[in-house]
Design a protein around this ligand. Structure first.
Ligand SMILES: C[S@@+](CC[C@H](N)C(=O)[O-])C[C@H]1O[C@@H](n2cnc3c(N)ncnc32)[C@H](O)[C@@H]1O
Length: 358
């Protein structure tokens, strides 16, 4: 049984399901529409046209169809849509037709029904590969790193946040080769551990993966990494794999290319497809503010209150203003509603927050 829904600019035929799960037939999760929004915006904002795009785990085809409909005209050279599930392929074709996308005898679009790794390895490579699996991206990282082009962008989703955020530390050690820590900043730590894992896989092939946009949201983490070739670039990446806050090793470099984040924000506000999506615009604005600040980790106000037995802390916004007035940078963080990102040393923040306790 199916129903027709709308996601952003497209219509989609999806399974009728009581619960969003792996068992729903062909998988579709409306909560991931923001994940797809950001992918469209990012690809529209990078300085590269005529992209060869791979969607190896396509399910309903929603991501590729949105790329075809919502990306600027000169952006896509060709797009390869793949899933190993036969029902998925049938639905992808129906969804392309539903959106009036001519896919037969169209050199721009190819549909494949293969194992994702074989699909990638049998290809000549792509400028953008989107790994969007159930759970961990691990099974697909090797082939994706091999086939991402020089200057290309590898996008990776991970939904096994319980491992990355430290609920199951041994699972994180086995799968991501790092020790996680379940605490107030675990989403940032987990994201940085995920980035390092992808970087280590690529390092084997002399490819340096530089994070250009990263975030954690609800049940998943998402990273976009630009692939650069060269031994010294790889060595530079590896030199930033360190321990932080008793967890790691993890990537301790920047999570964002701040110029790109700025462009994404501007494009989101200008684009009539996205500018009414308040949740998206707010989320991007917070990330833009964060991307201006060089720091690993953030300060969690609940955590500070708890550790110091403080009952009445001033509001986060007031503290952010106070930090800025004292000459440091500060912003909200998308990682936590009661967190703030700042380059202020803990000791100084500590005295500052003590001053403003009411
Ligand atoms: C989480 S869903 C993808 C969701 C989709 N990217 C979206 O944006 O809605 C994962 C998909 O990967 C497919 N899949 C899982 N393992 C695969 C493999 N080894 N090769 C190809 N497809 C695979 C599943 O059939 C499923 O459709």
């Amino acid at each position: 049984m199916h129903k027709i829904i709308e996601e952003c600019s497209i219509k989609l035929r999806v399974p009728k399901a009581e619960k969003i799960s792996k068992a729903m037939g062909v998988f579709y999760n409306p909560a991931m529409s923001i994940n797809r929004d950001i992918s469209v915006l990012l690809l529209n904002s990078i300085n590269k046209d005529m992209l060869q795009i791979a969607d190896p785990l396509a399910a309903t085809g929603v991501r590729s169809i949105r790329f075809l409909k919502e990306m600027d005209k000169n952006k896509i050279k060709n797009i390869c849509i793949n899933d190993y599930d036969k029902d998925s392929i049938e639905l992808i074709k129906q969804n392309l037709a539903l959106n009036k996308v001519q896919y037969k005898n169209n050199k721009k679009i190819s549909i494949k029904n293969e194992d994702a790794n074989l699909f990638l390895l049998n290809s000549a490579g792509f400028d953008y590969i989107d790994i969007d699996p159930f759970g961990t991206p691990n099974p697909f990282l090797d082939a994706a790193c091999k086939r991402i082009s020089r200057g290309g962008v590898l996008a990776v989703t991970a939904t096994d946040t319980s491992a990355l955020c430290g609920t199951f530390p041994n699972a994180c050690i086995r799968k991501y080769w790092a020790l996680p820590k379940k605490d107030a900043i675990m989403h940032e730590t987990g994201l940085r551990i995920l980035i390092r894992k992808a970087q280590l896989v690529a390092a084997q092939y002399d490819k340096a993966l530089i994070p250009i946009f990263s975030y954690s949201k609800e049940h998943y983490m998402r990273i976009f990494l630009r692939a650069e070739k060269g031994k010294s670039k790889v060595d530079d990446v590896l030199s930033l794999h360190r321990y932080f806050n008793d967890a790691g090793p993890m990537w301790t470099g920047a999570l964002w290319d701040k110029n790109l984040v700025n462009k994404i924000c501007i494009n989101a506000r200008r684009d009539k497809i996205f500018n009414k999506n308040k949740e998206l615009i707010k989320f991007l604005k917070i990330i833009k503010d964060e991307s201006e600040i060089n720091s690993v980790g953030f300060y969690d106000l609940h955590d500070i209150c708890e550790k110091n037995k403080i009952k009445n802390m001033q509001k986060k916004d007031a503290i952010i203003e106070k930090i800025k007035k004292s000459g440091y940078k500060a912003s909200e963080t998308h990682f936590s509603g009661h967190g703030l990102r700042s380059d202020i040393p803990l000791k100084i923040l500590y005295s500052l927050t003590k001053i403003i306790i009411q």
